[in-house]
Ligand binder design. Structure first.
Ligand SMILES: O=C(O)CCC(=O)C(=O)O
Ligand SMILES: [Fe+2]
Length: 386
């Protein structure tokens, strides 16, 4: 079932950040000002500290010789182990299509606010224009405007909540999402191979996979040191594909060894990250890393993000191939649709908690948590009783 919120919520007044920018106010409204511990430490100029995450050349995986293939697969495996993120070049997607999707996204964000508000994001949903993951009046807000679309399969679109798409999106979004879908299928095949698994293992399991897209527009902010563009989170998907606007300044940051590492964009590359589903399926071997976006004092930034996930009916849990006497199962099995629903109905910054793997052995009954809190299973497994 598609995720829909079934309780009433009051989110209070949400300022449109592009309108705030236009008003040229230097004081940031309080709802956007983060608590000290959450504020980004460094302003986001092209900092020498920024890192280029491993870059995978897809053409070498698709049609390289044996040596190239082996080298690239090892690199892929190391990136997923160490970062949960990589960038992909020679991905086979027409660069004109990448330009075109950016163009239509920007055309939309540049519309007068009254036009954009014809596609409102209902509170507690992630469809349409607005701010997602806002559930209360006192919640801090992200310095970001977002347009979110559920794409495939069409059957999961909820007609009551689904705004008709802005006209400029129509063909481009369909073509783009088809191309990204192909890319995700190829990447999942290589990710499976990098784990020594059968290439089709994920696709065979996923059923009719679900795809959603989010366009994030981060206007320049007079005080990037006080706000976040997007709160820290991990993605609930299997894989996420992120396209950054051409000439984009550093905005994406990944949490690595307790430090936020700014990621340097690579021209024409797509950023890929492992989502919660793959983390669970691989029993934690490949990590769904926490990440966030920060803003810039002078430059706006656009990102176009596609989430690729299994069908909602599918049960997810560590694959038997990833569990043995040295690697006990770290997560309980759960229904993916149920997880997606909890994902959408939790505050974004509570998300890292949602996939907490506890250090206690699994027979102590702590397991993956779906509600942003640790869940204690009332029935201990047999082995724990003996
Ligand atoms: O804009 C970015 O760099 C991050 C976007 C993101 O993480 C998301 O939309 O889930
Ligand atoms: Fe994300």
């Amino acid at each position: 079932m598609a995720p829909v919120l079934d309780f009433p919520i009051n989110v209070g007044l949400i300022d449109d950040v592009q309108e705030l920018k236009k008003a040229r106010k230097t004081k940031i409204p309080n709802r956007f000002v983060r608590d000290v511990a959450e504020r980004p430490a460094v302003a986001t100029t092209q900092s020498p500290l920024s890192t280029s995450i491993p870059v995978i050349d897809l053409s070498k995986l698709m049609k390289g010789n044996k040596e190239d293939f082996h080298f690239e697969i090892m690199k892929l495996s190391a990136s997923c182990d160490e970062w949960g993120f990589f960038q992909v070049i020679n991905h086979g997607i027409d660069l004109d299509l990448l330009k075109k999707i950016e163009k239509v996204a920007m055309e939309f964000f540049m519309l007068p606010v009254e036009e954009k508000q014809k596609y409102p994001m209902a509170p507690g949903t992630v469809q349409g224009y607005g701010q997602a993951f806002v559930f209360s009046e006192d919640q801090k807000l992200d310095w970001c405007n977002m347009f979110a679309l559920g794409l495939v399969p069409h059957s999961i679109r909820n007609p009551k909540l689904w705004p008709t798409n802005p006209p400029m999106f129509s063909d481009t979004v369909e073509t783009y999402s088809r191309e990204i879908r192909k890319l995700c299928k190829d990447l999942l095949r290589f990710i499976a191979l990098s784990l020594g698994l059968r290439g089709n293992v994920f696709e065979d399991m996923f059923g009719e996979s679900v795809q959603a897209m989010r366009m994030n527009y981060y206007p320049a902010c007079p005080r990037p040191d006080l706000v976040l563009g997007l709160s820290p989170h991990s993605d609930g998907s299997a894989l996420t594909v992120l396209q950054q606007g051409k000439g984009s300044t550093v905005g994406l940051q990944i949490l690595k060894n307790n430090t936020w590492v700014p990621i340097q964009p690579v021209t024409n590359a797509l950023v890929i990250n492992i989502g919660d589903t793959i983390e669970v399926l691989t029993n934690g071997r490949y990590k769904s890393s926490e990440h966030r976006a920060v803003t810039h004092k002078e430059n706006d930034r656009l990102s176009i993000v596609t989430f690729y996930a299994p069908s909602y009916e599918i049960e997810i849990g560590p694959m038997p191939e990833m569990v043995d006497e040295n690697n006990h199962s770290k997560y309980r099995r759960y229904n993916h649709g149920e997880y997606s629903r909890h994902y959408v109905t939790n505050k974004l910054q509570d998300r890292p908690e949602a996939l907490r793997v506890v250090q206690e052995p699994i027979n102590a009954c702590w397991s993956i948590c779906l509600l942003g809190r640790r869940v204690y299973s009332p029935t201990p497994p047999k082995s724990a009783e003996s």
